[in-house]
Design a protein around this ligand. Structure first.
Ligand code: GL4
Length: 807
């Protein structure tokens, strides 16, 4: 599209909506008008994609996820439609900044962290590969809370993202479905001797879908992200006359649970899970019936993916529809279900493997509960002759009065995958070992990936331009072509250009830091970044301990040859996660102490940016020199910020955990700083039960000084939090082995410092990171899901060349 055409469209939208000229428009008005223009640019392709899918009857995947974390969509839609450069030029000509306009958009923050962001990266890749793949989730009125710091404490404010409306979504009233909750279900024999459920009591709520187009990268493919919102069914208006009754209904899709690995058995959460599952499955079956295909062949047209355990009810809900509404015999319904379903596990943290009390299940979803009981009974029966009773009793779905969601998902799926090689191996050998004995053929690995378009092309335009001029533009379609950069490892001109791009990004971040926190940071310092949810296992505290060590080194010797460093944190803690909130307070107070201490000559700065989200990540990641991936080995299933930071040329300091191992394998030991216990060593400690935090503390005076600092008044204002930290390390024997890993972490940090001082070497390492990051594009990950699990093919394969995505 020409610039002039875009301008005309924009002008006419501004007239239509606001009756104003461009010159009078505010950023808000420009945003809305431009977003509407963008929507109209893909409207035709969206309906065409749907029509073609129906005509071609191609198999489609449905990604069920209780979280999606897309961030802002304006620039990514412009990029994918091939309009970004045109829009930028136009806005410049009109003396506006596109960035300022884009900034108006509220982040769509319907997820906690990595899991939800992964779902959105997959949506981007599915469309960009031309693959028919749709998202199915919940349209929360309030996304993940907005984080503020008050006196260094985290305070949570509601994220009212819908207040000004959401320009991208389309309400599809005609596609609404009813969701049944509660009541009692009796099984009554019909004239053919078949048991039929008869429901007494209970209530029905309405699920209304809001669809958002997922725009493919310059390929005319528009998939759909369908998010469900609760409403009062028309026939029930009279029953919801009071404000209270309405409120309890509206609560259902009001808020996202702000906890990313620890479910707490809340009834509303279970109702949410059933809500989007039942709505999604009903709408899929309705669509499938339009194809006039026998139900027994459903797996030829439909693949349903269970993203973590939250949508595990997909199994029992599809069974319910096939049995109750379509009269299929149990065996047929079960065969269909297992072929259609697949499941991804995202964590080894035991507390995240959801379990629900059966009483709650019976109360909320009685028919699903009956079906789950029957699945469970048949499971025991079917495998009784092959496996020991003890094994079956450990893997059955209902154990000790609780429904085990992971068990339901595994038994009801044909594929179970982990999200990095190590994680998938641990699933087989430890976490889900019992299931591996029973269903070895179901287990596989799909290492996570990231949307290179958002995390490089959009977030890092300075670097993208250097890449274009150095290796050409093919990397934009085929991320593996970033490998071409390897040829320039010793080219001083290219290394300098990379360094310049990084400096530009660091200057921009320094300005943002100045504006939002008042802290002055020097862009020539090392920007050392740890951005992720606050969790004990991710060990933000280990980072703090190293910072304190450097601080004491500088206090002892102000001229110590340490290259200046800015430690940047971004992290939200679940509101109920007391210990994580204590760590936030400690980091903020350490920052206060160090940033205001004139004796260390500004050599260290600590910056904790508020409200870490996708948009803030897009600011921080391009400016990072060092990427902190320091979880205790075996605990981080994969991680994805590790991939984003690597792609942007940050050098990783890491334990051999999650996808860090694959990053190390891709770039070689010389281009990453590895430290700490390995997963085997961690498990050896568990087996021998001989870890003694106190022993490490006692033998290392440096460590002693650092740990004591939490309680000896060195850091003001942390009497309570400092004590909690101190106790977690010594009194409770340091669950995540920080004291053991401290020394090796500090050594690795020292190597990082040395490497940075040799700028030529540093830039070459950074270059190797960028050059080898293509492998971690979600395009390849999604292609693997498509080939191995979903068996779906590109829609326009016969019309257009798909983006090349084979390794
Ligand atoms: C997570 C893992 O903790 C994280 O390592 C992984 O990268 C992500 C996506 O697979 O899933 N699991 C949960 S729960 N939250 C996550 O972010």
């Amino acid at each position: 599209m020409e610039k002039a055409t875009l301008q005309e469209l924009l002008e006419s939208r501004l007239k239509d909506i606001f009756s104003i000229e461009i010159a009078e428009a505010s950023p808000q008005e420009l945003f809305l008008a431009l977003a509407n223009v963008v929507k109209s640019c893909y409207a035709n392709d969206w309906s065409q994609t749907r029509k073609n899918l129906l005509v071609e009857q191609q198999k489609q995947a449905y990604y069920f996820s209780i979280e999606f974390l897309p961030g802002k969509l304006l620039k990514s839609n412009l990029l994918n439609l091939g309009l970004l450069d045109t829009a930028e030029e136009l806005f410049e000509e009109l003396s506006f900044s596109l960035d300022e306009v884009a900034e108006v958009e509220k982040d769509m923050a319907l997820g906690n962290g990595g899991l939800g962001r992964l779902a959105s990266c997959f949506m981007d890749s599915l469309a960009s590969l031309g693959l028919p793949g749709n998202g199915n989730g919940i349209r929360y009125n309030y996304g993940l809370f907005k984080q503020k710091f008050v006196d260094g404490h985290q305070v949570e404010l509601p994220d009212d993202w819908l207040r000004a409306g959401n320009v991208w979504e389309v309400r599809k009233e005609s596609k609404a479905v009813d969701i049944q909750y509660g009541g009692e279900v009796y099984l009554i024999e019909d004239e053919n001797g078949r048991l039929r459920p008869e429901r007494h009591g209970g209530y029905v709520w309405r699920a209304v879908p809001y669809d958002t187009g997922m725009v493919g990268y310059q390929n005319d493919m528009i998939n759909t992200l369908r998010l469900w919102s609760v409403e009062v069914p028309a026939a029930e208006e009279a029953n919801y006359a009071t404000i209270e009754s309405r409120r309890s209904l509206e609560d259902l899709t009001a808020v996202l649970y702000p906890d990313d690995s620890n479910e707490r058995g809340k009834k509303t959460r279970l109702m949410q899970e059933y809500f989007f599952v039942s709505a999604g499955i009903q709408s899929i079956v309705r669509y499938y019936l339009k194809l006039n295909h026998p139900l027994t062949m459903m797996s030829e047209k439909i693949a349903i993916h269970i993203n973590d355990t939250h949508p595990a009810l997909c199994v029992s809900e599809l069974m319910r529809l096939l049995l109750d509404d379509h009269d299929l015999p149990w065996e047929q319904a079960w065969a269909i279900t297992v072929k259609v379903m697949s499941y991804t596990n995202h964590t080894i943290m035991a507390e995240a493997l959801e379990k629900w009390p059966i009483d709650l299940f019976k109360e909320v979803i009685p028919r699903n509960y009956q079906i789950i009981e029957e699945i469970d009974r048949r499971y025991l029966e079917e495998y009784a002759e092959v496996h020991e009773a003890a094994l079956l009793n450990r893997t059955r779905i209902i154990i000790n009065g609780q429904v085990h969601m992971a068990h339901l998902a595994i038994i009801g799926s044909h594929s179970v995958n982990g999200v990095a090689k190590l994680h998938s191996d641990l699933l087989k050998s430890v976490v889900l070992h019992d299931f591996y004995l029973i269903f070895p053929e179901r287990f596989n690995n799909k290492t996570n990936g990231i949307a290179q378009r958002r995390w490089m092309q959009l977030a890092n335009q300075p670097l993208s331009k250097v890449l274009d001029t150095t290796i050409g533009k093919s990397w934009r379609h085929n991320p593996q072509d970033l490998q071409l950069l390897k040829n320039y490892q010793e080219d001083p001109t290219v290394l300098q250009r990379l360094a310049d791009a990084k400096l530009t990004n660091k200057q921009a971040l320094a300005e943002y830091i100045q504006q939002t926190t008042g802290i002055e940071v020097d862009p020539t310092a090392i920007f050392d970044v740890q951005i992720k949810r606050l969790h004990a296992y991710k060990r933000q505290l280990l980072n703090v301990m190293h910072i304190l060590k450097l601080y004491f080194d500088l206090k002892d010797e102000p001229q110590a040859p340490i290259h200046p460093r800015v430690f940047i944190f971004g992290a939200k803690a679940a509101p109920s996660y007391h210990y994580a909130k204590a760590i936030i307070k400690v980091i903020n107070e350490v920052a206060n102490l160090i940033n205001h201490d004139p004796t260390i000559n500004d050599k260290l700065k600590v910056v904790f940016l508020e409200n870490y989200n996708v948009t803030l990540a897009e600011r921080i990641i391009p400016a990072a020199d060092v990427s902190e991936q320091i979880s205790l080995a075996s605990k981080e299933a994969s991680g994805t910020s590790n991939m984003k930071l690597m792609l942007n040329g940050a050098v990783t300091i890491a334990t051999l955990d999650g996808a860090n191992i694959e990053i190390r394998d891709a770039i070689g030991d010389e281009n990453i700083a590895i430290f700490g216990l390995t997963e085997e060593e961690v498990y050896a400690y568990y087996a021998q039960q001989n870890y003694s935090a106190y022993a490490f503390y006692e033998e290392d005076p440096v460590l002693q000084r650092v740990v004591n600092a939490f309680i000896d008044g060195t850091i003001p204002n942390i009497e309570r939090e400092g004590r909690e930290v101190f106790d977690s390390l010594l009194k409770y024997n340091d669950e995540y082995f920080l004291l053991k890993d401290f020394k090796s972490y500090c050594d690795a940090q020292y190597r990082v410092d040395l490497a940075y001082k040799d700028q030529q070497r540093w830039q070459a390492i950074s270059l190797m990171n960028i050059a080898n990051a293509g492998k971690f594009s979600a395009d390849y990950t999604v292609q693997n899901y498509a080939d191995d699990i979903w068996q779906i093919e590109p829609l326009y394969a016969h019309v257009k060349e798909p983006n090349s995505a084979s390794l």
